[in-house]
Design a protein around this ligand. Structure first.
Ligand code: C2E
Ligand code: MG
Ligand code: MG
Length: 700
């Protein structure tokens, strides 16, 4: 088909399209400007849709103008613009329609453009006053307006009461007709007593508002009010509310928080507060003294366990009543104006503050009287219960600065009283103080040493009594102490156990010992060597013991069978049911179990048979010199035979003489350890001993 149209420009069509495009763009700009002010979502949608249609129409028209592809040209010329021009025209027309609708609706008020603010009516003093009256009348709080009264020097001397709202009339108890126009000080004398007048004057002078909760007394009754006072012209607006109920509720809560719910006595918080005040007084008034008695009831747990907690509670109430009654008696005897304070710290622990006593010497007599008063049995629910107390006493002679320290020392003295045979009293003294201080210092140093990992491990050879050669080493912990030299375990281990630090220390000893064993094995090629590590009670009872052992052994790469764990016979015998499963799970890991210190406690066949031990260590005291030699030989022989009868080897500890070695060889003891062979030495020295292949004796 011939195409004569191609290449002939259609000027009219182009002019029309350009004009159309211009109209579209103008409409888009107009709509876009309008759209920003529209809040109504419906109108916004109409305008946006219109704009989108206009954009589409403009795009199509532009394509026709700018991209004159053969196809487009041909179509346009052939159809005289009818088809292609019609589509953008139709879309554009629809878009224009929507935009027009949107713009017209906006103009009619559909938009939520910010309207200019309405003009306020001019300020009218009459209507303002009316508003103030309405607010005052409807307020639930008392409100009074006051005018300053000034003297000749312009200083404020009083206020004249102006407006008084109904709530204020009710609170004050006088009608407005009497109060309005009267002088404030005349009408309300409590203003001067409570200092409110002064505050009011300051508010006028400084223009700073004043807000405070103040107790006011009228007709011998104290009530609490909350005041807010602001300046108004040359006077004040005072608003106030009666908050007595709230204050009473707060006080009740405060009392509840400071008293023991069971006995009604003051609790620890209140006691410490009062004791703090007593300490403060004793620091400033030389003739003022106080004392604290710490009471703990002997065998109270037994009452709870045997008769039940209900009876236990009733007993505590009965005890509290007796203490209170007795303290009142002390008050009467000493004719003190200050009152002594009994309190319950918790459980069966009571404390008494003897406040403001003349001298501290006769506090013991007070304690004795208290013991006497507490001695007769309590009759509770058909039971006769005797509850004696151990009493610790502390006096202000100790120059205390903290209440907690007084209670701590009284507690320590009470423990001494318990230790000395119960139902008695002990006064805290300088020795106890020194012991406490030493303990506190040791605790701090010990924690510090654990944190800084200052402990070292020494190794004492365990010698085969058959070959005379070293079979293994026992790892023994040492504490190189800055001031006190090298400390042996006896001076810190039990305290470390008490503080729970022993687990961490034990881990470190085991890790170090396993590392040392690895080195010795590498140096000597002797894979039969072993290292023996001691385990404390706390470590044995640690629920993570097996996982910790497993981890250390795998990390240090030693054979489990070359690690021996020494556990004292007494540890196992004291808690057999707990110890047995732990020992078995350790044994399952492949470690060797050594019963340490056999002969110090039970030394029984039962303990050997019951637990899964592999080796038994006879304690050094078995061989101590003060025993008759023949007796020593007989006991040692019997023990070795006993252990052998259970197919276990025996190690004898504390060998100091050749005579002992000879005897032990004679009774067929397998291994020996003691100063005769070597003291505990460093890892390096132990390695040298091994390398020298030292032999201490000829084979037995
Ligand atoms: P133990 O396990 O019975 O250790 C043997 C103790 O006897 C060591 O005292 C050792 O130095 C001492 N000894 C060795 N040969 C002789 C001797 O011929 N004569 C005398 N008189 N004593 C000798 P050490 O090192 O003071 O250890 C005391 C205890 O402390 C140990 O008794 C052990 O129960 C415990 N212990 C030591 N290191 C550790 C540790 O790392 N962890 C735990 N839990 N306990 C440890
Ligand atoms: Mg040991
Ligand atoms: Mg031992």
């Amino acid at each position: 088909m011939s195409s004569p149209e191609i290449g002939i420009p259609n000027y009219l069509g182009i002019a029309l399209a350009v004009g159309f495009l211009a109209v579209l763009l103008a409409a888009i700009v107009l709509a876009a400007r309008q759209i920003r002010h529209i809040r109504s979502s419906r109108l916004k949608w109409i305008l946006l849709t219109g704009v989108q249609l206009l954009l589409l129409a403009a795009l199509l028209t532009a394509v026709e103008l700018i991209v004159p592809s053969e196809h487009v040209m041909r179509l346009r010329l052939r159809e005289a613009g009818a088809i292609m021009a019609l589509i953008p025209v139709a879309i554009g027309a629809l878009g224009l329609l929507l935009v027009m609708v949107g713009i017209l609706s906006t103009a009619r008020g559909g938009s939520e453009r910010k309207r200019p603010p309405r003009e306020r009516p001019p300020s009218d003093p009459e209507s303002n006053m009316e508003l103030v009256r309405s607010i005052m009348y409807s307020s639930l709080h008392g409100m009074i307006t006051l005018r300053a009264i000034r003297d000749a020097s312009e200083s404020i001397v009083d206020f004249e009461i102006d407006l008084v709202n109904p709530a204020a009339q009710e609170i004050i108890g006088k009608p407005a007709s009497i109060m309005s126009g009267a002088r404030a000080l005349e009408m309300l004398p409590c203003l001067a007593e409570s200092g409110l007048l002064g505050h009011g004057i300051t508010v006028v002078e400084t223009k700073l508002p004043f807000r405070k909760e103040i107790p006011l007394t009228s007709a011998n009754q104290e009530r609490w009010y909350q005041f807010v006072v602001v300046r108004h012209l040359d006077g004040l607006v005072a608003t106030f509310a009666d908050i007595t109920d709230r204050k009473q509720a707060e006080e009740k809560l405060r009392l509840a928080a400071r008293h023991d719910a069971l006995t009604g006595l003051p609790n620890r918080a209140m006691f410490l507060e009062r004791l703090g005040q007593a300490i403060h007084r004793s620091q400033h008034i030389p003739e003022y003294h106080f004392a604290v008695l710490f009471l703990d009831f002997d065998r109270f747990k037994l009452v709870n366990d045997s008769l039940g907690h209900d009876i236990g509670d009733k007993l505590l109430i009965s005890i509290a009543d007796r203490i209170s009654a007795n303290i009142r008696a002390v008050d009467l005897q000493t004719q003190q104006s200050t009152s002594h304070l009994p309190a319950r710290l918790g459980g069966d622990e009571f404390v008494i503050l003897l406040d403001g006593i003349r001298e501290t010497n006769n506090v013991v007599i007070v304690g004795e009287r208290l013991q006497e008063a507490l001695a007769p049995p309590h009759h509770i629910a058909g039971h006769q219960i005797t509850a004696t107390a151990s009493i610790g006493i502390v006096t202000s002679e100790g120059k205390y600065t903290r209440a907690e320290d007084v209670v701590r020392d009284a507690d320590i003295a009470m423990y001494h009283a318990k230790g000395a045979g119960k139902a008695r009293q002990v006064v805290f003294d300088a020795d106890m103080h020194a012991a406490v201080m030493e303990q506190a210092t040791l605790e701090q140093e010990l924690r510090d040493a654990v944190e800084r990992r200052v402990f070292i491990v020494e190794y004492q050879p365990i010698v085969s009594l058959k070959s005379g050669r070293i079979a293994g080493f026992e790892a023994l912990i040492r504490w190189p102490h800055g001031q006190r030299g090298m400390l042996l375990p006896i001076s810190f281990l039990s305290f470390a156990e008490e503080l729970g630090l022993i687990v961490e220390m034990g881990d470190s000893v085991l890790r170090t010992a396993c590392g040392a064993l690895r080195k010795w094995m590498d140096q000597t090629g002797n894979s039969d060597l072993f290292v023996s590590v001691n385990l404390s009670r706390r470590e044995l009872m640690d629920p993570h013991l097996t996982s910790r052992l497993e981890r250390i052994i795998s990390e240090t790469g030693v054979k489990p069978g070359s690690v021996h764990l020494e556990i004292s016979e007494s540890i196992c015998m004291n808690c057999p049911n707990e110890a047995d499963p732990v020992l078995r799970s350790v044994k399952d890991l492949g470690l060797v179990l050594v019963m340490d210190d056999f002969g110090t406690g039970h030394s029984s066949f039962g303990s050997l048979d019951k637990f899964p031990f592999d080796i038994v260590k006879i304690d050094q005291c078995i061989g101590s010199r003060d025993r008759q030699w023949r007796q020593f030989v007989a006991i040692t022989k019997a023990m070795v035979e006993l252990v052998h009868s259970l197919d276990m080897p025996v190690v004898a500890e504390g060998i100091e003489t050749q005579e002992q070695v000879n005897m032990l060889q004679k009774v067929d003891c397998d291994f020996g350890q003691g100063w005769l062979f070597s003291r505990a030495v460093s890892e390096q020295q132990a390695g040298q001993l091994l390398l020298s292949n030292k032999r201490w004796m000829s084979a037995a």
